[in-house]
Write a protein that binds this ligand. Structure first.
Ligand SMILES: [Mn+2]
Length: 329
């Protein structure tokens, strides 16, 4: 197998084992980890297949050179000199990939969801913030279920997605990728839901929009977000100081910037709009978990989508770490 030249080769040294050269950590070390990166390739795929199963490793492979996290990041710190993405006193580690199976058979998906709840619950009980690399958009359902005992709840959800995901079921499947926000709305430990970047056609019929509005979802569609002050107005709908789970579907990005998706919708977010959203969340409420889902490696173009996903993940990791460093002990 040939080895492709990478930034790691340019900078010299051996790449670490984890994403962004993060240390690999075992579940026995959770007590020492503030932010735990975990790959979850599958939960409840539809019969079309688990087309994002390999996304965690695609993201890891795209940006992992030695010292990356020790360098100054102009996107996070502008020209305020920094000694790296993760501040002193904050620890982040890569837990590797959860052992889930790429299969839509009901007994297998039930076991996938059980393993996900077990892993995320263990992280939350240890005080480790979950940082999930999916997987399709069915992954957040068992992840969010795991917050039932979360101290400081009920939590808010900030969803960033081209699609609203309020289908009650698809072909009889209630736990799939089109149903995550409806299932979340049924969880007693979920309060406010704010949904950003909805656009286009295909993710909802009239009664699904009505159900979401009846719940009290604050929708900030893509059209509204791009108006002047739109991002500020959207994030202001999150209750201040209430822990927020950030559920990012990479198809919220414009498909010209993120080709590696199955549900491409024109007119999406660009990189700096996403950064503005992330930073506004950081200023508004403590981020108690994050997932990035729906990267489809087989649709990628020259690795561009995986590179974008890794970059945005790096930004969120840095912002979560900065919050932990500056927040109450
Ligand atoms: Mn979507």
């Amino acid at each position: 197998m040939g080895k492709t030249a990478s930034m790691g080769d340019l900078f010299g040294g051996e790449a670490g084992d984890g994403w962004l050269n993060l240390p690999r950590v075992g579940t026995d070390a959770l007590a020492d980890v503030d932010i735990g990166v975990i790959g979850i390739g599958s939960a409840t795929p539809y019969p079309v297949g688990s087309y994002c199963h390999d996304a965690p490793d695609a993201i890891r492979a795209s940006r992992s050179w030695p010292t990356i996290l020790d360098q100054h990041d102009f996107d996070l710190f502008d020209v305020v000199p920094s000694s790296g993405v993760i501040p002193d006193g904050v620890s982040a580690g890569d837990l590797g990939n959860l052992d889930v199976v790429d299969d839509a058979a009901p007994e297998i998906t039930a076991e996938n969801r059980r393993r996900i709840r077990e892993a995320i619950t263990a992280m939350l009980e240890a005080g480790t913030s979950p940082f999930v690399l999916g997987g399709d958009d069915s992954v957040p359902i068992p992840v969010l279920e795991s917050y039932c005992g979360f101290e400081g709840g009920p939590i808010s959800i900030l969803q960033i997605d081209a699609h609203i995901d309020w289908r009650d079921e698809v072909g009889g499947e209630t736990q799939g990728l089109s149903s995550n926000m409806r299932r979340a709305s049924e969880m007693a430990h979920v309060g406010s839901i704010v949904q950003l970047a909805a656009r286009g056609i295909g993710s909802a019929r009239k009664h699904e929009v009505e159900a979401a509005l009846d719940y009290g979802v604050a929708f900030h569609t893509m059209r509204r977000l791009r108006e002047s002050g739109g991002i500020e107005r959207a994030i202001a709908d999150l209750p201040e100081g209430v822990p927020v789970y950030v559920a990012l579907d990479v198809d919220s990005l414009d498909p010209t910037l993120m080709p590696a998706v199955i549900g491409a919708a024109q007119g999406g977010l660009d990189y700096w709009q996403m950064m503005d959203i992330f930073e506004a969340i950081e200023a508004r409420a403590p981020i108690c978990g994050f997932n990035m889902v729906e990267l489809m490696p087989s649709r990628d173009v020259n690795g561009q989508g995986a590179l974008m996903a890794s970059r945005l993940g790096l930004s969120m990791l840095g912002l979560m770490a900065r919050q932990i460093a500056s927040g109450p002990a």
